[in-house]
Design a protein around this ligand. Structure first.
Ligand code: IMP
Length: 424
Protein backbone atom coordinates (compact mmCIF):
# COMPACT_ATOMS: atom_id res chain seq x y z
CA UNK A 1 0.00 0.00 0.00
CA UNK A 2 1.68 3.20 -1.17
CA UNK A 3 0.23 6.43 0.19
CA UNK A 4 0.83 10.08 -0.58
CA UNK A 5 0.23 12.67 2.13
CA UNK A 6 -0.19 16.12 0.61
CA UNK A 7 -0.85 19.50 2.19
CA UNK A 8 -3.98 20.78 0.46
CA UNK A 9 -3.69 24.50 1.23
CA UNK A 10 -0.59 26.74 1.58
CA UNK A 11 1.49 24.51 3.87
CA UNK A 12 1.54 24.13 7.66
CA UNK A 13 -1.66 22.03 7.60
CA UNK A 14 -0.36 19.67 10.29
CA UNK A 15 0.94 16.96 7.93
CA UNK A 16 3.49 15.88 10.55
CA UNK A 17 0.86 14.35 12.79
CA UNK A 18 -0.82 12.44 9.95
CA UNK A 19 2.54 11.23 8.67
CA UNK A 20 3.63 10.18 12.14
CA UNK A 21 0.47 8.11 12.45
CA UNK A 22 1.02 6.39 9.07
CA UNK A 23 4.76 5.89 9.55
CA UNK A 24 4.12 3.16 12.07
CA UNK A 25 3.06 0.76 9.31
CA UNK A 26 5.39 2.07 6.56
CA UNK A 27 8.59 0.34 5.42
CA UNK A 28 9.86 3.31 3.40
CA UNK A 29 9.32 7.03 4.00
CA UNK A 30 10.08 9.28 1.03
CA UNK A 31 10.56 13.02 0.47
CA UNK A 32 10.15 13.88 -3.19
CA UNK A 33 10.25 17.70 -3.50
CA UNK A 34 11.18 20.92 -1.73
CA UNK A 35 14.14 21.31 0.55
CA UNK A 36 14.99 22.97 3.81
CA UNK A 37 12.18 25.49 3.22
CA UNK A 38 10.04 22.78 4.85
CA UNK A 39 9.78 22.51 8.61
CA UNK A 40 8.11 19.33 9.82
CA UNK A 41 7.35 19.19 13.52
CA UNK A 42 6.89 15.62 14.68
CA UNK A 43 6.14 14.44 18.20
CA UNK A 44 7.41 10.88 18.54
CA UNK A 45 8.11 8.85 21.67
CA UNK A 46 7.03 11.91 23.71
CA UNK A 47 9.79 14.11 22.21
CA UNK A 48 9.46 16.98 19.76
CA UNK A 49 11.60 16.92 16.62
CA UNK A 50 11.81 19.55 13.88
CA UNK A 51 12.82 18.05 10.55
CA UNK A 52 13.65 19.93 7.36
CA UNK A 53 15.12 17.47 4.88
CA UNK A 54 15.26 14.08 6.61
CA UNK A 55 12.06 12.00 6.23
CA UNK A 56 10.31 11.53 9.56
CA UNK A 57 10.57 7.71 9.38
CA UNK A 58 14.10 8.23 10.73
CA UNK A 59 12.53 8.50 14.19
CA UNK A 60 11.47 4.87 13.99
CA UNK A 61 13.76 1.84 13.93
CA UNK A 62 13.74 -0.36 10.85
CA UNK A 63 12.39 2.19 8.34
CA UNK A 64 14.23 3.13 5.16
CA UNK A 65 14.15 6.89 4.54
CA UNK A 66 14.67 8.24 1.05
CA UNK A 67 15.47 11.80 -0.02
CA UNK A 68 14.30 11.52 -3.62
CA UNK A 69 15.57 12.99 -6.87
CA UNK A 70 13.02 15.84 -6.79
CA UNK A 71 14.36 17.28 -3.53
CA UNK A 72 16.92 20.10 -3.46
CA UNK A 73 19.53 19.49 -0.80
CA UNK A 74 21.58 22.02 1.10
CA UNK A 75 24.49 19.75 2.10
CA UNK A 76 25.60 21.73 5.16
CA UNK A 77 22.01 22.01 6.45
CA UNK A 78 21.54 18.27 5.96
CA UNK A 79 24.74 17.46 7.86
CA UNK A 80 23.61 19.79 10.69
CA UNK A 81 20.19 18.14 10.78
CA UNK A 82 21.76 14.68 10.97
CA UNK A 83 23.99 15.85 13.86
CA UNK A 84 20.96 17.37 15.65
CA UNK A 85 19.04 14.10 15.30
CA UNK A 86 22.00 12.00 16.46
CA UNK A 87 22.29 14.23 19.54
CA UNK A 88 18.68 13.39 20.32
CA UNK A 89 19.54 9.69 20.15
CA UNK A 90 18.36 8.95 16.60
CA UNK A 91 20.35 6.33 14.68
CA UNK A 92 21.31 7.34 11.14
CA UNK A 93 23.19 4.94 8.86
CA UNK A 94 23.70 4.54 5.10
CA UNK A 95 21.09 1.76 5.38
CA UNK A 96 18.29 3.87 6.87
CA UNK A 97 18.95 7.19 5.10
CA UNK A 98 19.37 7.11 1.33
CA UNK A 99 20.00 10.23 -0.76
CA UNK A 100 19.24 10.23 -4.47
CA UNK A 101 22.28 10.80 -6.68
CA UNK A 102 19.92 12.82 -8.97
CA UNK A 103 18.86 15.33 -6.30
CA UNK A 104 20.11 18.86 -6.93
CA UNK A 105 22.40 20.73 -4.55
CA UNK A 106 21.60 24.04 -2.85
CA UNK A 107 24.74 26.15 -2.42
CA UNK A 108 25.35 29.38 -0.46
CA UNK A 109 25.27 31.20 -3.82
CA UNK A 110 21.65 30.07 -4.29
CA UNK A 111 20.70 31.53 -0.92
CA UNK A 112 22.44 34.78 -1.87
CA UNK A 113 20.64 34.92 -5.24
CA UNK A 114 17.30 34.18 -3.48
CA UNK A 115 17.85 37.09 -1.07
CA UNK A 116 19.10 39.43 -3.82
CA UNK A 117 16.10 38.67 -6.05
CA UNK A 118 13.66 39.18 -3.17
CA UNK A 119 15.21 42.54 -2.25
CA UNK A 120 15.11 43.63 -5.89
CA UNK A 121 11.34 42.99 -5.90
CA UNK A 122 10.78 45.67 -3.23
CA UNK A 123 7.15 45.59 -2.08
CA UNK A 124 6.38 42.89 -4.69
CA UNK A 125 8.39 40.29 -2.71
CA UNK A 126 7.26 36.64 -2.90
CA UNK A 127 8.15 36.25 0.77
CA UNK A 128 10.37 33.23 0.15
CA UNK A 129 12.10 31.40 2.98
CA UNK A 130 15.42 32.60 1.45
CA UNK A 131 16.77 29.07 1.59
CA UNK A 132 17.85 29.24 -2.06
CA UNK A 133 15.08 26.92 -3.21
CA UNK A 134 13.95 28.89 -6.30
CA UNK A 135 17.48 29.57 -7.64
CA UNK A 136 18.41 25.88 -7.24
CA UNK A 137 15.36 24.66 -9.18
CA UNK A 138 16.17 27.39 -11.73
CA UNK A 139 19.66 25.87 -12.15
CA UNK A 140 18.03 22.46 -12.61
CA UNK A 141 15.77 23.82 -15.36
CA UNK A 142 18.70 25.70 -16.96
CA UNK A 143 20.66 22.42 -16.89
CA UNK A 144 23.58 23.95 -15.02
CA UNK A 145 22.94 22.52 -11.54
CA UNK A 146 25.13 20.35 -9.36
CA UNK A 147 23.67 17.03 -8.31
CA UNK A 148 24.48 14.73 -5.42
CA UNK A 149 26.20 12.39 -7.95
CA UNK A 150 28.83 15.14 -8.28
CA UNK A 151 29.73 14.52 -4.61
CA UNK A 152 31.11 11.05 -5.27
CA UNK A 153 34.44 12.19 -6.74
CA UNK A 154 36.03 15.07 -4.72
CA UNK A 155 38.09 16.32 -7.71
CA UNK A 156 35.00 16.50 -9.89
CA UNK A 157 33.07 18.25 -7.12
CA UNK A 158 35.80 20.84 -6.65
CA UNK A 159 35.94 21.82 -10.30
CA UNK A 160 32.12 21.87 -10.66
CA UNK A 161 31.84 24.06 -7.57
CA UNK A 162 34.50 26.49 -8.73
CA UNK A 163 32.83 26.86 -12.12
CA UNK A 164 29.36 27.46 -10.68
CA UNK A 165 30.57 29.92 -8.02
CA UNK A 166 32.34 31.93 -10.72
CA UNK A 167 29.22 32.33 -12.87
CA UNK A 168 27.01 32.91 -9.79
CA UNK A 169 29.24 35.73 -8.66
CA UNK A 170 28.73 37.40 -12.04
CA UNK A 171 24.96 37.08 -11.49
CA UNK A 172 25.26 38.48 -7.97
CA UNK A 173 27.24 41.43 -9.26
CA UNK A 174 24.43 42.22 -11.71
CA UNK A 175 22.00 42.04 -8.78
CA UNK A 176 24.21 44.41 -6.73
CA UNK A 177 24.75 41.79 -4.07
CA UNK A 178 28.03 40.85 -2.28
CA UNK A 179 29.95 38.07 -4.04
CA UNK A 180 30.33 34.65 -2.41
CA UNK A 181 33.74 33.68 -1.05
CA UNK A 182 34.72 30.66 -3.21
CA UNK A 183 37.08 29.19 -0.58
CA UNK A 184 34.50 29.33 2.19
CA UNK A 185 31.90 27.59 0.02
CA UNK A 186 34.40 25.05 -1.23
CA UNK A 187 35.52 24.12 2.26
CA UNK A 188 32.00 23.83 3.69
CA UNK A 189 30.63 21.78 0.78
CA UNK A 190 33.68 19.50 0.51
CA UNK A 191 33.40 18.74 4.25
CA UNK A 192 29.68 18.02 4.01
CA UNK A 193 30.32 15.77 1.00
CA UNK A 194 32.53 13.52 3.17
CA UNK A 195 29.64 12.94 5.58
CA UNK A 196 26.96 12.50 2.91
CA UNK A 197 28.88 10.35 0.40
CA UNK A 198 28.03 6.94 1.97
CA UNK A 199 24.32 7.78 1.78
CA UNK A 200 24.26 8.73 -1.93
CA UNK A 201 22.87 6.14 -4.30
CA UNK A 202 20.45 5.62 -7.18
CA UNK A 203 17.25 5.51 -5.13
CA UNK A 204 14.96 4.91 -8.13
CA UNK A 205 15.64 1.13 -8.46
CA UNK A 206 15.64 0.85 -4.65
CA UNK A 207 12.10 2.22 -4.46
CA UNK A 208 10.89 0.18 -7.42
CA UNK A 209 12.28 -2.98 -5.85
CA UNK A 210 10.34 -2.07 -2.71
CA UNK A 211 7.22 -1.69 -4.87
CA UNK A 212 7.79 -5.13 -6.45
CA UNK A 213 8.23 -6.66 -3.01
CA UNK A 214 4.92 -5.08 -1.93
CA UNK A 215 6.53 -3.02 0.80
CA UNK A 216 4.59 -0.06 2.19
CA UNK A 217 5.82 3.33 0.98
CA UNK A 218 4.74 6.60 2.51
CA UNK A 219 5.37 9.85 0.65
CA UNK A 220 5.81 12.83 2.91
CA UNK A 221 4.63 15.91 1.00
CA UNK A 222 6.22 19.26 1.82
CA UNK A 223 4.60 22.72 1.65
CA UNK A 224 1.06 22.71 0.26
CA UNK A 225 -0.71 22.17 -3.04
CA UNK A 226 -1.53 25.88 -3.49
CA UNK A 227 2.21 26.60 -3.43
CA UNK A 228 2.65 24.22 -6.40
CA UNK A 229 4.47 25.92 -9.27
CA UNK A 230 1.83 24.73 -11.79
CA UNK A 231 -1.42 24.77 -9.81
CA UNK A 232 -0.78 27.33 -7.08
CA UNK A 233 -1.18 31.08 -6.73
CA UNK A 234 1.57 31.82 -9.28
CA UNK A 235 3.93 33.68 -8.91
CA UNK A 236 3.38 33.47 -5.13
CA UNK A 237 4.35 29.80 -5.05
CA UNK A 238 7.39 27.68 -4.32
CA UNK A 239 9.48 26.33 -7.20
CA UNK A 240 8.52 22.65 -7.10
CA UNK A 241 5.46 20.48 -7.72
CA UNK A 242 4.05 20.13 -4.23
CA UNK A 243 0.99 18.27 -5.56
CA UNK A 244 0.46 14.51 -5.95
CA UNK A 245 2.17 14.32 -9.36
CA UNK A 246 5.41 15.66 -7.85
CA UNK A 247 5.67 12.53 -5.68
CA UNK A 248 6.09 10.39 -8.80
CA UNK A 249 8.46 12.66 -10.74
CA UNK A 250 10.42 13.36 -7.57
CA UNK A 251 10.96 9.72 -6.62
CA UNK A 252 10.73 7.53 -9.73
CA UNK A 253 7.80 5.56 -8.33
CA UNK A 254 5.30 5.38 -11.23
CA UNK A 255 1.74 6.77 -10.88
CA UNK A 256 0.34 3.25 -11.45
CA UNK A 257 1.92 2.19 -8.15
CA UNK A 258 0.23 4.80 -5.95
CA UNK A 259 -2.69 3.36 -4.00
CA UNK A 260 -4.00 6.23 -1.92
CA UNK A 261 -3.74 10.02 -1.78
CA UNK A 262 -4.60 11.76 1.48
CA UNK A 263 -5.05 15.53 1.59
CA UNK A 264 -4.34 17.31 4.84
CA UNK A 265 -6.24 20.52 5.62
CA UNK A 266 -6.88 22.74 8.57
CA UNK A 267 -10.45 23.35 9.74
CA UNK A 268 -9.73 26.95 8.66
CA UNK A 269 -6.97 28.38 6.43
CA UNK A 270 -3.52 29.87 7.05
CA UNK A 271 -0.76 31.15 4.82
CA UNK A 272 2.78 32.48 5.30
CA UNK A 273 4.43 34.78 2.80
CA UNK A 274 2.75 37.07 0.30
CA UNK A 275 0.05 36.20 -2.24
CA UNK A 276 -3.71 35.98 -2.67
CA UNK A 277 -5.82 34.73 0.22
CA UNK A 278 -9.49 35.39 -0.56
CA UNK A 279 -10.87 34.28 2.82
CA UNK A 280 -8.24 36.07 4.92
CA UNK A 281 -9.95 37.58 7.95
CA UNK A 282 -8.43 39.86 10.58
CA UNK A 283 -10.96 38.87 13.22
CA UNK A 284 -10.31 35.11 12.97
CA UNK A 285 -6.57 35.87 12.87
CA UNK A 286 -6.79 37.83 16.15
CA UNK A 287 -8.87 35.06 17.68
CA UNK A 288 -6.43 32.27 16.70
CA UNK A 289 -3.32 34.29 17.65
CA UNK A 290 -5.05 35.12 20.95
CA UNK A 291 -5.28 31.37 21.61
CA UNK A 292 -1.51 31.15 21.01
CA UNK A 293 -2.10 29.35 17.71
CA UNK A 294 -0.71 29.95 14.23
CA UNK A 295 2.76 31.22 14.89
CA UNK A 296 5.49 29.84 12.57
CA UNK A 297 7.26 26.76 14.04
CA UNK A 298 10.74 28.00 13.12
CA UNK A 299 10.39 31.78 12.92
CA UNK A 300 7.65 32.41 15.52
CA UNK A 301 6.06 34.86 13.05
CA UNK A 302 2.25 35.04 13.14
CA UNK A 303 0.67 33.28 10.15
CA UNK A 304 -2.04 34.92 8.05
CA UNK A 305 -5.40 33.33 8.92
CA UNK A 306 -8.87 33.05 7.38
CA UNK A 307 -11.95 30.91 7.00
CA UNK A 308 -12.08 27.68 5.03
CA UNK A 309 -11.73 28.40 1.33
CA UNK A 310 -13.90 25.78 -0.37
CA UNK A 311 -12.83 27.00 -3.82
CA UNK A 312 -9.17 26.32 -3.11
CA UNK A 313 -9.92 22.96 -1.48
CA UNK A 314 -12.27 21.83 -4.27
CA UNK A 315 -9.56 22.65 -6.80
CA UNK A 316 -6.85 21.02 -4.69
CA UNK A 317 -8.93 17.84 -4.14
CA UNK A 318 -9.44 17.67 -7.92
CA UNK A 319 -5.87 18.03 -9.20
CA UNK A 320 -4.40 15.88 -6.41
CA UNK A 321 -7.08 13.18 -6.68
CA UNK A 322 -7.56 13.06 -2.91
CA UNK A 323 -9.30 9.92 -1.71
CA UNK A 324 -10.03 11.62 1.58
CA UNK A 325 -9.14 14.62 3.69
CA UNK A 326 -7.47 14.52 7.07
CA UNK A 327 -8.73 17.65 8.81
CA UNK A 328 -6.54 19.09 11.57
CA UNK A 329 -7.08 21.76 14.22
CA UNK A 330 -10.85 21.35 14.43
CA UNK A 331 -10.62 22.24 18.14
CA UNK A 332 -9.27 25.66 17.08
CA UNK A 333 -12.87 26.63 16.29
CA UNK A 334 -14.34 25.44 19.63
CA UNK A 335 -15.21 28.90 20.95
CA UNK A 336 -16.72 30.39 17.81
CA UNK A 337 -20.41 31.43 17.76
CA UNK A 338 -20.60 30.72 14.06
CA UNK A 339 -18.30 29.34 11.40
CA UNK A 340 -17.99 30.45 7.80
CA UNK A 341 -17.09 28.40 4.77
CA UNK A 342 -16.46 29.94 1.36
CA UNK A 343 -18.38 28.01 -1.30
CA UNK A 344 -17.52 30.13 -4.38
CA UNK A 345 -15.83 33.38 -5.44
CA UNK A 346 -17.53 36.41 -6.94
CA UNK A 347 -15.43 38.05 -9.66
CA UNK A 348 -17.37 41.00 -11.10
CA UNK A 349 -20.56 39.42 -12.40
CA UNK A 350 -19.11 35.91 -12.54
CA UNK A 351 -19.41 33.17 -9.91
CA UNK A 352 -16.27 30.99 -9.82
CA UNK A 353 -16.12 27.43 -8.53
CA UNK A 354 -12.37 27.20 -9.23
CA UNK A 355 -9.65 29.83 -8.79
CA UNK A 356 -8.69 32.21 -11.63
CA UNK A 357 -5.23 32.18 -13.25
CA UNK A 358 -4.33 35.87 -13.15
CA UNK A 359 -3.09 37.58 -10.03
CA UNK A 360 -5.19 40.69 -10.68
CA UNK A 361 -8.33 38.50 -10.87
CA UNK A 362 -7.38 36.63 -7.67
CA UNK A 363 -7.07 39.98 -5.92
CA UNK A 364 -10.54 41.08 -7.04
CA UNK A 365 -12.30 37.85 -5.98
CA UNK A 366 -14.73 38.14 -3.09
CA UNK A 367 -15.71 35.11 -0.98
CA UNK A 368 -19.30 33.88 -1.01
CA UNK A 369 -19.85 32.44 2.44
CA UNK A 370 -22.21 29.97 3.98
CA UNK A 371 -22.49 30.43 7.76
CA UNK A 372 -22.96 27.49 10.12
CA UNK A 373 -23.61 27.59 13.86
CA UNK A 374 -20.61 26.93 16.13
CA UNK A 375 -20.56 24.23 18.84
CA UNK A 376 -19.17 26.34 21.70
CA UNK A 377 -17.75 23.32 23.48
CA UNK A 378 -14.29 21.92 24.20
CA UNK A 379 -13.87 18.89 21.92
CA UNK A 380 -10.25 18.05 22.83
CA UNK A 381 -11.26 15.09 25.03
CA UNK A 382 -13.58 13.52 22.41
CA UNK A 383 -12.34 10.18 21.14
CA UNK A 384 -15.20 9.05 18.89
CA UNK A 385 -17.27 10.67 16.15
CA UNK A 386 -20.47 10.15 18.19
CA UNK A 387 -19.01 12.26 21.00
CA UNK A 388 -18.56 15.33 18.81
CA UNK A 389 -21.34 17.94 19.21
CA UNK A 390 -23.98 17.82 16.41
CA UNK A 391 -22.99 21.28 15.09
CA UNK A 392 -19.40 20.13 14.87
CA UNK A 393 -20.40 17.00 12.95
CA UNK A 394 -22.56 19.13 10.65
CA UNK A 395 -19.59 21.43 9.87
CA UNK A 396 -17.34 18.49 9.00
CA UNK A 397 -19.96 16.90 6.74
CA UNK A 398 -20.77 20.19 4.99
CA UNK A 399 -17.04 20.84 4.51
CA UNK A 400 -16.74 17.53 2.61
CA UNK A 401 -19.79 18.34 0.45
CA UNK A 402 -18.51 21.81 -0.48
CA UNK A 403 -15.08 20.56 -1.56
CA UNK A 404 -16.35 17.34 -3.18
CA UNK A 405 -14.15 15.04 -1.10
CA UNK A 406 -15.05 13.26 2.14
CA UNK A 407 -13.33 14.09 5.41
CA UNK A 408 -11.87 10.79 6.66
CA UNK A 409 -10.54 11.98 10.01
CA UNK A 410 -10.48 15.05 12.22
CA UNK A 411 -7.80 16.21 14.63
CA UNK A 412 -9.04 17.60 17.95
CA UNK A 413 -5.66 18.30 19.57
CA UNK A 414 -1.90 17.99 19.02
CA UNK A 415 -1.51 14.49 20.47
CA UNK A 416 -1.48 11.63 17.98
CA UNK A 417 -4.35 9.99 19.87
CA UNK A 418 -6.50 13.09 19.42
CA UNK A 419 -7.59 11.94 15.97
CA UNK A 420 -11.13 10.75 15.27
CA UNK A 421 -12.24 8.67 12.27
CA UNK A 422 -15.26 10.04 10.45
CA UNK A 423 -17.80 7.41 9.37
CA UNK A 424 -18.68 7.50 5.64
P1 IMP B 1 10.35 29.33 -1.17
O1 IMP B 1 9.86 27.93 -1.15
O2 IMP B 1 11.37 29.60 -0.08
O3 IMP B 1 10.85 29.77 -2.51
O4 IMP B 1 9.13 30.30 -0.82
C1 IMP B 1 8.03 30.48 -1.72
C2 IMP B 1 6.72 30.58 -0.96
O5 IMP B 1 6.42 29.33 -0.35
C3 IMP B 1 6.72 31.60 0.20
O6 IMP B 1 5.44 32.19 0.27
C4 IMP B 1 6.98 30.75 1.42
O7 IMP B 1 6.47 31.36 2.59
C5 IMP B 1 6.21 29.50 1.05
N1 IMP B 1 6.71 28.29 1.73
C6 IMP B 1 7.82 27.60 1.43
N2 IMP B 1 7.95 26.54 2.24
C7 IMP B 1 6.89 26.53 3.06
C8 IMP B 1 6.44 25.63 4.09
O8 IMP B 1 7.06 24.60 4.40
N3 IMP B 1 5.26 25.97 4.71
C9 IMP B 1 4.55 27.09 4.35
N4 IMP B 1 4.93 27.92 3.38
C10 IMP B 1 6.08 27.65 2.74
Amino acid sequence: MNTLVIGSQWGDEGKGKVIDFLTETADYVVRSQGGSNAGHTVIAHGKKYVLHLVPSGILWPGKVNVIGNGVVINPTSLVEEMAYLRELGVTITPENLLISDRAHVVLPIHKAIDAAQEEALGDQKIGTTRQGIGPTYADKARRIGLRMADFIDPARLESALKARIRTANEELQRLNWPAADPNETLEAVMQAAEVLRPHITNTIPVLNKAVREQKTILFEGAQGAMLDIDFGTYPFVTSSNTSAGGCCTGSGVPPTRIDKVIGVCKAYTTRVGAGPFVTEDAEIADYLHGLGREFGATTGRPRRCGWTDGVVLRYSAMFNGFDEMAMTNLDGLDERDCIKICTAYRLGDQILEYPPALMEDWEKCEPIYETLPGWKQDITACTRWEELPPNCQAYVKRFGEVIGCPVGSVGVGPDRHQTISVPH
